[in-house]
Design a protein around this ligand. Structure first.
Ligand SMILES: Cc1ncc(COP(=O)(O)O)c(C=O)c1O
Length: 447
């Protein structure tokens, strides 16, 4: 049994959300940040602000980290997005070292000028072949690719039709591009059809970009891509699929759900990130014509006016693709799936529920934000580092602990994590009940 200490927690630290401060009032742009900070700091003072942590020795399976007040923690790490464990792979590190020796560390220019390197040009070709697409544009981050592809292609009279759970980069790109944004119910292609029908009954002149993801990062679920792509063509719309979380690590050959669903070369536009599987920051957009590529390069601001990936990033990602395509990569994917299956099985045996289909993202259901925050507070104390996800990132009352599985996790890492989660949840349930007892003051609450 752990040394559970049920100290008094002010209710305000267990309620409210970041949404409350998104549009702060007041004429002073700087002063009006105070409200958020006050709420955040109340949570921080009570150990309930589990964000902005720093690792000390990289995203390894056992991780030393500190919170944003400098408090140290050590635990099994299920909070990092390094699904195939490539960030510490010896071949990747060697490639990085050799590239630094040869090229230094900086691209020193935009890809529209002289920021490309022989590695970045080779990487574009590699991704195009990997996805059976014709052309690829690289971006400094996955976020920039998602934002940039929408803002680059969509103009104010056009429409964006998007799955309501699409990632922030896609939502922000749409908001920046047009007011004509139509959200459809998550994964619901019929709902999407209704929207497309309505738009085309009034507007045949302007473009429609339909936006979805290959694997949703909070729910671990996937659209029917063939049906969605067919729908798009029926309504003269263009489909973009964000494959940040499944590319490289899912499916026998690592082509993610696009490969699993036999859609290679058949999606209009694919965008992705290197930051989950390919051991580096960076993102890409893959398309079918040189015209689209050249247009994005000069009309998609993050690809035009931001420095290119550094030579070491490009070379590292290229090497990661080589590994992903190799027998070793297949082995790593198998190991990852073995770990995913073991985690899900053990969670179920421990009475813990999770969302979605088997993938490297296993989100464990908590429910109320208050409970999830208390669980999340206990996790590092008990030896587990995992991320809290709460409203507005997910719907109210559906807070969760997101476990991100890596190929290098051991059987013990998994069983330890499940044991911690079970204890933390049981203790947090008791603690939450105690915070609801109005007659007990702080003194009486302390056991
Ligand atoms: C679905 C999705 N798209 C895009 C991104 C952005 O990727 P990056 O971290 O490379 O900026 C993320 C990252 O969290 C993501 O989850």
């Amino acid at each position: 049994m752990s040394n559970f200490n049920n100290a008094y927690i002010p209710p305000a630290a267990l309620t409210g959300s970041m949404r409350d401060f998104r549009v702060p009032g007041g004429a002073d742009l700087l002063e009006r940040t105070e409200g958020f900070f006050k709420w955040q700091d109340l949570r921080r003072q009570n150990g309930l602000w589990p964000f902005s942590r720093a690792t000390e020795d990289g995203p390894n399976t056992i991780c030393h980290a500190q919170d944003d007040s400098g408090n140290k923690m050590r635990g099994v790490n299920f909070a990092s997005q390094d699904y195939l464990s490539l960030s510490s792979h010896s071949g990747i590190k060697e490639t990085a070292k050799q590239t630094i020796e040869r090229c230094g560390v900086h691209s020193a220019g935009s890809p529209a000028l002289v920021g490309n390197t022989s590695s970045s040009v080779a990487l574009e070709r590699k991704i195009a072949e990997f996805l059976k697409m014709e052309e690829v544009v690289l971006y400094p981050t996955g976020w920039a690719a998602g934002f940039g592809v929408i803002k680059g292609l969509v103009r104010s009279a056009d429409h964006v039709v998007m799955d309501m759970l699409s990632h922030s980069c896609l939502q922000e790109g749409a908001n920046a591009a047009t007011n004509n944004i139509h959200l459809f119910r998550h994964l619901d292609n019929d709902y999407c059809r209704n929207i497309l029908t309505k738009i085309r009954s009034k507007d045949k002149e302007n473009g429609i970009l339909v936006v979805t993801e290959g694997l949703f990062s909070m729910d671990s679920d996937t659209p029917d891509l063939l049906a969605l792509q067919t729908l798009c063509h029926e309504f003269n719309a263009t489909l973009v699929v964000d494959v940040a979380h499944d590319l490289g690590n899912l499916g026998r050959d690592g082509r993610g759900h696009i490969g699993v669903q036999d859609m290679l070369g058949k999606i209009d536009i694919i965008m992705g990130s290197f930051s989950k599987t390919f051991a580096s920051n960076g993102g890409f957009v893959a398309c079918k014509t040189r015209a689209v590529k050249e247009y994005l390069r000069f009309y998609s601001a993050p690809a035009t006016f931001s420095n290119a990936l550094s030579p070491v990033q490009a070379a590292t990602i290229l090497k990661a693709f080589d590994i992903v395509e190799s027998a070793e990569g297949r082995g790593l994917r198998l190991q990852l799936m073995t770990n995913i299956t073991a985690l899900r099985k053990q969670l179920t045996a421990a009475g813990l529920e999770y969302y979605g289909d088997p993938s490297a993202i296993v989100c464990v259901k908590m429910g109320s934000e208050g409970l999830a925050r208390l669980v999340s507070k206990r996790l590092p104390e008990l030896g587990l580092i995992a991320n809290l996800v709460e409203f507005p990132a997910v719907p109210k009352g559906q807070a969760r602990i997101r476990m991100q599985v890596m190929a290098n996790h051991s059987e013990n890492n998994i069983s330890d994590a499940v044991a911690v989660l079970r204890t933390a949840k049981a203790e947090a349930e008791i603690e939450l009940e105690m915070t609801k007892q109005p007659t007990l003051g702080p003194a009486q609450r302390v056991a």
